[in-house]
Design a protein around this ligand. Sequence first.
Ligand code: SF4
Ligand code: SF4
Length: 174
Amino acid sequence: MSVVERNNPLAKWYLPGILGGLLITGKHLLRNLFRRKQMPTLNYPEEKYEYSPRFKGNHILTVKKDGSLRCTACMLCATNCPAECITIVASEHNDPTVEKFPIHYEIDILRCVFCGFCEEACPVDAIRMGPEWQTPGLNGENFVYDIRRLAHRPQLKAGIVSVVDDEERHKAGI
Ligand code: SF4
Ligand code: SF4
């Protein structure tokens, strides 16, 4: 245990600290009352903060042009996930050129720490983290995202690209 020595005699009294704190609070109160436009708070949810387009929010499972998942169920994302919140069940594909695909892909978003390791680990750009950051839900089940939510949720249409074109990827060298 470390003991902090307070040589300043004023620091031994609580009153100056309390008065100093009240002074700062009063200053902010008056400034916010008279300069409302410069208030550093937003009236959420009517007003929302604009994050950078590079913001890493909720996950998206990308799909091919035919609408099927790009994911090959290689398990690299689940293996690299430090929170162990990704669950994948792989199955054989009818197409002999496709080795396997996920019949079940789930992310427990309440355990996720949004580190982005899953996105980094994926060799086929099948998982991305998008600008969506609001995750409301009434019970625990709302926070376990399945394939339907990760790949086909209607909110994806609000400016989030989930279709990955192979030609574009090759042009970009990925
Ligand atoms: S962002 Fe990190 S914690 Fe969340 S699912 Fe991906 S690897 Fe796991
Ligand atoms: S999302 Fe990517 S890393 Fe994860 S299982 Fe599918 S292909 Fe592999």
